[in-house]
Design a protein. Structure first.
Length: 158
């Protein structure tokens, strides 16, 4: 659990720093910007990299033993912490900035949706995206970091 908290919060801090830098300096996530695609790419690369570090740390804690199942569960736990803490971060940011935070959300285009519905849909999308991405990424990472199974003719006796 400590591992999931540590690495999940690392992802959230990286996302929070990106959002703050984008809102203050970069200004690349506006709808008319051609660089707006960098934000979701950055979010996914951070999650992939930190999941790799977390699953690798889990393998090191268990003295090199890692099963695919254990790697996937570790990745999902990290992703769950990331998804929930990022939603809480954006909720707090919404409390500070108000509806200006939601102006770049696709659900808010046209202004037909109330801010609460846009915030709820965005949070649900973030949480489900974090879990789905975490499942996919941790599955691939777990297969890469798993202990190789012994081949035919392997004997545990020496």
């Amino acid at each position: 659990m400590k591992l999931a908290l540590k690495y999940g919060l690392i992802i959230t801090v990286a996302i929070a720093l990106w959002v703050m830098a984008d809102r203050t300096v970069l200004h690349i996530s506006s709808p008319e910007s051609r660089l707006a695609v960098l934000t979701p790419i950055f979010f996914n690369l951070v999650q992939l990299f930190v999941l790799f570090l977390g699953i690798r740390a889990n393998r090191a804690e268990s003295k090199g033993a890692l099963t695919v199942k254990r790697g996937i569960l570790t990745g999902l736990a990290i992703s769950l912490v990331y998804g929930i803490s990022a939603c809480l971060y954006f909720l707090a940011l919404y409390g500070i900035l108000g509806s200006r935070l939601l102006e770049n959300e696709p659900a808010s285009y046209g202004g037909s949706q109330p801010a609460g519905a846009v915030l709820l849909a965005s949070s649900a999308g973030l949480l489900l995206g974090a879990l789905l991405g975490g499942l996919i990424y941790s599955t691939v990472i777990s297969f890469l970091l798993r202990n190789p199974s012994p081949g035919p003719g392997y004997s545990s006796r020496k």
